[in-house]
Structures are given as C-alpha cells and as structure tokens.
Design a protein around this ligand. Structure first.
Ligand SMILES: C[S@@+](CC[C@H](N)C(=O)[O-])C[C@H]1O[C@@H](n2cnc3c(N)ncnc32)[C@H](O)[C@@H]1O
Length: 208
C-alpha cells in the first residue's frame, strides 16, 4: 500500500495506524529539521519538504493518507481537497485532531499571562469556533494557521471536500481529549478535484 504521512514531524512508526513494513511510506512536513530526523530514523521511507495545502504529487498517487495531530496547524479546507486529489478513488484518510480542551489548556497553562502568546491562543480559539460553524479555518496575520476542531466542523469540511463514510472516535491522553477520524474519498470528488497549482498560478502564492 502507498501511504502518505502528512505533517510527519520526526517520523512515527505508524504501527498503531495499521501500517506494516511492506507499505511504501512517504512523509511530508514543512520543518526540514524534523524531516532530517525522520529520514535518519526510517531510511527506507521517502521524506519531502512541502505544505499539506499544496502536495507535489500526481492525482491518485496514494492508497491511504495518515495524519497525526498535524491538520490543526494547516488550512484544513485546502489540505482536505489536496488529500482527496492525491488519493485513489475510495482511498482512506485517517487522522487525529485537537479538541477544544487542548486549546483551553494551552491558553491557561502555557500562554497566560504573556500578552503575545495569549493573543495567539485567543486567535486559535476564535478560529476553532469559526471552524465549528463553517468547516473553514483562517490564518493568523497570513503567516500561521492553528485551530481546534469539533466533530460538527469536521463533518462540514470533509463533506465539502468530497469525503464519505465518516467515523469519529475519541481517546483521553496526557494532553487531553484527542479525536480520531476515518473517511474515504468519494469517486465523484476524486474527479472533481484539481491541483492547487492552478490556484497558485492565479494568486502567485509562494509555497510549493
Ligand atoms: C504536533 S506535530 C505532529 C508530528 C507527527 N505527526 C507526530 O504525531 O509526532 C505537527 C507537525 O505538523 C507540521 N506542519 C505544520 N503545518 C504544516 C503544513 N502546513 N504542512 C505540512 N506540515 C505542517 C509541523 O511541522 C509538525 O511537524
């Protein structure tokens, strides 16, 4: 199976996600130091520096996409449509997310009383509420994106991007409630998708 680990960080063994040694894993991230650490740890895997919002892969390049707590740091609607494009029709997406309690804990225990971190955390909370209502996220001063996610917002975002067969589950860990989502890219959405490069050419965005 061809697997994309989106926002792979320093690399995870992925066994808990059902990935076995014979699977062909590609990891992407925007942090080159983490990618270098991942490559050292897993020399047989392929790692590439790129944002989740604009993936440098042909359509239908992967059978499965996995993302462990990385979508909260991305523009979710752009990333989901890119995931659908690079998945084969019916391909599986599995990911974990931050719940609102993670953001509240960050605000209370890590940001308070420093003004700039508190301002950023307030933006994350507002962005999470916006996501809950619309299934869309907004960037902070066009530089960084972060939000918390709710099941309602995620359902809206996944349906809009063309995913189906949604399954939600939760676990409680040391950093609060984390929730897991499984979905499949619908056959129809796969053919409606187009590469982010079209948008990039139009808007002269710099990533990718
Ligand atoms: C909380 S870490 C999770 C790393 C890894 N998946 C894990 O579970 O250990 C979030 C990761 O997402 C990456 N990231 C943030 N924004 C990204 C983006 N727009 N595109 C790709 N990766 C991104 C970060 O560099 C970071 O490595």
């Amino acid at each position: 199976m061809r697997v994309l680990d989106l926002g792979c960080g320093s690399g995870l063994d992925l066994a808990s996600w059902g990935i076995v040694a014979s699977d062909e894993v590609t990891g992407v991230d925007i942090d080159k130091n983490r990618l270098a650490a991942a490559q050292l740890r897993f020399p047989t895997r392929t790692y590439q520096l790129c944002p989740g919002e604009c993936l440098p892969f042909q359509a239908a390049s992967f059978d499965r996409v996995i993302s462990s707590v990385a979508l909260p740091y991305m523009n979710i609607q752009k990333t989901l449509s890119e995931i659908c494009r690079v998945l084969v029709p019916g391909g599986a997406l599995s990911f974990s997310l931050h719940s609102p309690s993670f953001t509240f804990a960050e605000l209370l225990y890590n940001a308070f009383p420093r003004p700039i971190p508190m301002l950023f955390r307030l933006y994350v909370m507002a962005n999470g509420l916006w996501f809950h209502c619309t299934g869309r996220t907004a960037g902070f001063l066009r530089r960084r994106t972060e939000s918390f996610q709710t099941e309602r917002g995620m359902r809206i975002a996944l349906h809009r991007a063309g995913f189906e067969n949604l399954v939600f589950s939760r676990t409680v860990g040391p950093d609060g409630v984390r929730f897991f989502v499984e979905a499949n890219c619908s056959y129809r959405a796969r053919f409606a998708g187009r590469s982010c490069r079209h948008d990039l050419l139009r808007t002269r965005a710099t990533s990718c």
